[in-house]
Design a protein around this ligand. Structure first.
Ligand code: PLZ
Length: 441
């Protein structure tokens, strides 16, 4: 693959450099302080797995815009599709008149999501909007109100999705009151709860029955691999048991694949690893190579439950974003990105797993495909260690490796590189990461 920017980290100034410092001053004056940034440098350009800042520093991008540019930043096929589509019309608006790219994308998505049953799709802009609409659709279909969500969940920042999101700071504090009829239960966190998948699911099912009554539940909404909450892979059998419980009780099972979907875990959708067929899937982030687009895809009879005009939005299914999504999906197919995610997993786990048991602050290395994480603990136990996470991220940043954190306790470093990251860049970055971990452990 040809890249516009050399796929190499290169730090040429202190971070932030002089131009970034100037921008920081302007930001402090004009941008609301509520919009925070992890990296103190300001980005000028990005390509593949490299972020280049305004001072010419190059960082290896282990965030991919929080799992968005999985196909690679500014992928040439996506750029061309966006340019061509924009030249034909920057917006049509689906409630005004239909257009083919909306249908093409809906058709494609119904083919990619798990389950051999009739499916339909509806398009939106953000992940949160997809979640909101999945809940609306499930409520209309079931005629029920209650929504079940889980500890460590992240579903968005709108009022309903704040209610569905678990973590108070920074997502909810002072922003209530939150939407009613949202109930939270423990899920499965093998490193911390020690339960088998069946045990964890039985605990959840009993709690739902006792606290809400299964017959009152419209939807169970869960990330098949919890993202912001700590990249938590549920114990084997947990998700299938939860799907069975949902179906035994007429509940719509919604897999929030906003972060874990679209080849990120080495399959089109993470649900496939657990062999489950969700009734509804929410997708966003990696779906359109960086353009804002999200979708709800699922069983035709459920998707058709709301009345005509009940679901929509001004920008939903914008034709430029649709073209980007179709090009992104074509690139995933043609360039074998799912396999690339598995190659990344093998390399990263091969390098990092030996730290478990030898470096006392490394509690667990986990994840699927290119959705990988290291959970840090205080030496000798499992008490979350957020301090070292800050130190490792800062040290890696100085060396030109941009890392993101996550976890309810802030003690997890996540690796979410674009799937096209080169072997050399990955090897080189892993050395930096390991050295930083050892330095502060
Ligand atoms: N569902 C599983 O991961 C977004 C949020 C970052 P939007 N995750 C990144 C932040 O600080 O806001 C996410 C997700 C899952 C839903 C969402 C929400 O997607 O596109 O941000 O609305």
């Amino acid at each position: 693959m040809e890249f516009r920017l050399e796929q190499k980290r290169n730090v040429v100034t202190e971070i932030p450099g002089p131009k970034s410092k100037e921008l920081a001053e302007r930001r402090a004056k004009y941008v609301s302080n509520s919009v925070g940034s992890g990296l103190s440098a300001f980005i000028e350009s990005a390509d593949g797995a490299i972020l280049r800042d305004v001072d010419g520093n190059q960082f290896v991008d282990f965030g991919a815009g929080i799992g968005v540019t999985s196909v690679g930043n500014a992928h040439p096929k996506v750029v061309k599709a966006v340019q061509d589509a924009a030249a034909k019309g920057t917006h049509f608006q689906v409630n005004v008149a239909g257009y083919e790219s909306y249908i093409d994308l809906a058709e494609k998505l119904t083919q990619l999501t798990p389950g051999d049953f009739d499916k339909k799709a509806a398009l939106f802009n953000s992940g949160a909007e997809a979640l909101e609409n999945a809940v609306k659709i499930a409520r209309k279909y079931t005629g029920r109100d209650a929504v079940v969500v889980f500890d460590h969940a992240f579903h968005g920042r709108t009022n309903l999705t704040m209610a569905m999101t678990a973590k108070n700071m920074p997502y909810k504090d002072g922003f209530g009151p939150f939407a009613p009829e949202v109930y939270r239960f423990p899920a499965s966190y093998p490193y911390r709860d020690g339960l088998t998948g069946e045990e964890a699911a039985a605990r959840t099912a009993l709690a739902i029955e006792k606290q809400i009554g299964a017959k009152n539940v419209a939807a169970i909404v869960i990330e098949p691999l919890q993202g912001e909450g700590g990249f938590i892979v549920p114990a084997e059998g947990f998700l299938p048991a939860l799907v069975k419980f949902a179906h035994d009780n007429g509940i719509v099972f919604v897999a929030d694949e906003v972060q874990a979907g679209m080849c990120r875990t080495g399959k089109w959708f993470c649900s496939e690893w657990d062999g489950i067929e969700p009734d509804l899937v929410t997708s966003a982030k990696g779906i359109a190579g960086g353009m804002p687009l999200s979708a709800v895809i699922g069983r035709a009879e459920i998707m058709d439950a709301p009345h005509a005009g009940g679901i929509g939005g001004t920008y939903s299914g914008n034709p430029v974003a649709n073209a980007a999504a179709l090009a992104t999906i074509a690139a995933y197919e043609e360039e074998g990105h799912a396999q690339k995610a598995l190659d990344i997993e093998a390399k990263v786990k091969g390098a990092l797993e030996p730290l478990v048991g030898t470096v006392p602050t490394v509690g667990e290395v986990r994840g699927r495909g290119a959705m990988l994480a290291i959970e840090f603990v205080k030496a000798g136990g499992k008490e979350p260690n957020a301090e070292i996470v800050g130190q490792v991220v800062a040290e890696a940043q100085k060396q030109g490796v941009m890392l993101l954190t996550c976890g309810t306790y802030g003690n997890v470093i996540r690796l979410l590189p674009p799937l096209i990251i080169t072997d050399e860049l990955l090897d080189d970055s892993l050395e930096v990461i390991i050295e930083a971990i050892k330095k502060f452990s």
